[in-house]
Structure formats: C-alpha cells, structure tokens
Design a protein around this ligand. Structure first.
Ligand SMILES: [Fe+2]
Ligand SMILES: [Fe+2]
Length: 277
C-alpha cells in the first residue's frame, strides 16, 4: 500500500457548514418543474433517487477510516462531511417520497438500482475500493455542483427547486476534497481510483437513464418526438451533459489530481452572498 503525505488540502480559511434546511416541494414535484420539459425533469428526479443510498455509502466509506486519521483539520472536515451528506440524504428521501406519491412512480423499484450498486461494491470491493469509489462519485457530484451554481440548467426554474439544488451543490463544492484527502492519507493508489471511477460512471449512467426512462414511460411521454429530441440535446447537444462535463471529468485521470485543482470558491462566495442578502 502506498502511503503518501497526510493532511487536508482544502484551501486555508475555508470552513464547512452543516445547514439544516427543510424544503416543501410537493406542488413543484407534481409537475415537470424543469423548463416544463419531461426529459430534463425526469433526469434530475432520477439523480435525486440515487442520493439517499449513495450518500449513506459515502458516509460509511469515509467513516471506516475515522480512527486512522489523526490530522485535526481533516478530522473536523470529515465530521462536517458526515453532517452535510446526512442532511442531503434526508431532504432527498423526502423529495423522492413526495415525487413518487404524487406521480405514482414505484420508489422501491427506482431506489433498488442504487441499493444494488452499493451492495455489489460492499461484496466485491475492499474498504479502500469503497473510499476510491466515493472519491470518484464525489468528483462527478462536484462537476454537477459547479455547473448548477454557474446557472446550468436550473438558472430559470421555480425558486424553491433551485434553492434545494443550489444548497446541495454548494455543500458538495465545500466538501469536495474530504474523501480524496482521506484516500490519499490511507492509500493514494492511482489505479484503484481510476478503475473505480470508470466502473461507477458506467453504472451511474445506466442507473440514471433507466430511471429517467421508467418515469417517462410511466407518464406516457417516453416515445414522444419532443421528449426524444430534448433527451438527445440534453445528453449530447451544445450545453448538454457530455460537452459540459467532459473536460472536468477527465481531470480526474491525472495522477496528481486534487479536487481543488479547480478552485471554484467564487461560486460558493456568490451563493453565500445570495443567502445572506
Ligand atoms: Fe450530498
Ligand atoms: Fe458529497
């Protein structure tokens, strides 16, 4: 096992804050809240479906190494990371339940895909693998967070919905280096980190698209030309996921990669200023 330098590499002066915020979203979730677009709405709803179990897995993967981290700064960040992910899990659990109750979706069927991924990871991988996978998915989450706080997709949606996604995004940016700093402290193995991101990206995409397709099928909108056109544009078009995410995603495959190589604290400052106003 490669052991490299310990300690947090979060920028000096940054602090993590656990914000206990509750959202009431039933009115918004009953309709296609994102630009009145069934595909985009279903995709973001599918993203929400992955959070409760996914974030529980992240917490468990990092908590496993709590005893090995002696660095007080990193220890304090880990504790806030657990708090933030716990709050996200709680709010997305409520979101998912409200969504499924309102629209007649099978919540268990959709959340089963993430549960399966977590179960498989726990059966087949070591604790280091779990932590590496957490680093990888946290990287993807941090890219979403960066884009959302830059106004991507959600710039013009219902204020309450935007508020939930921006709150989650801000905290994802704040804690984006915590799992990686723990990983570098206990292992730092590049090959495991690279392979777990590749594997989890494939499974994550299948999970998202399967649940997006399920919701659209249930709403009888899947095979409409407008839905297919929107879906293609959302995934492959200008401003779509592939083109927007590709560059940031590939940064992870640099052997020296660290989440704060992309210093986007200005997005956090701008979001916080909006909260304080
Ligand atoms: Fe989160
Ligand atoms: Fe996170």
């Amino acid at each position: 096992m490669t052991v490299i330098a310990s300690a947090s590499r979060m920028p000096e002066g940054m602090t993590l804050k656990v914000r206990n915020i509750k959202f009431e979203l039933s009115e918004q979730l009953s309709r296609d809240w994102l630009d009145n677009d069934p595909f985009k709405t279903a995709f973001f709803n599918a993203l929400s479906m992955t959070f409760p179990d996914g974030e529980r897995f992240f917490i468990d993967s990092v908590r496993h190494y709590e005893g090995e981290v002696k660095d007080t700064k990193l220890k304090a960040e880990m504790s806030k990371f657990f708090g933030q992910e716990g709050m996200h899990s709680r709010e997305h659990r409520a979101y998912n339940k409200a969504l499924c109750d309102l629209r007649g979706y099978n919540q268990e069927k959709m959340e089963r895909r993430t549960k399966y991924m977590v179960r498989l990871a726990k059966q087949k991988m070591s604790p280091v693998g779990h932590l590496a996978a957490t680093c990888g998915v946290e990287h993807i989450t941090a890219i979403f967070a960066d884009k959302i706080l830059n106004g991507w997709m959600l710039g013009d949606v219902d204020p309450q919905m935007r508020s939930l996604w921006e709150w989650h995004s801000a905290e994802e940016l704040e804690h984006k280096s915590v799992a990686m700093d723990v990983y570098n402290h206990v292992s730092g193995d590049y090959k495991i980190r690279k392979m777990t991101l590749q594997a989890f990206t494939v499974h994550f995409l299948i999970n998202l698209l399967a649940n997006t397709g399920y919701m659209l099928r249930k709403d009888r909108k899947l095979w409409q030309w407008s839905t297919l056109k929107s879906g293609f544009g959302f995934l492959f078009g200008k401003g779509g996921v592939l083109r927007e995410f590709r560059g940031d995603y590939l940064m992870y495959f640099n052997i020296e990669f660290h989440p704060w190589d992309d210093d986007n604290r200005h997005l956090l400052d701008r979001w916080q200023a909006g909260q304080d106003a």
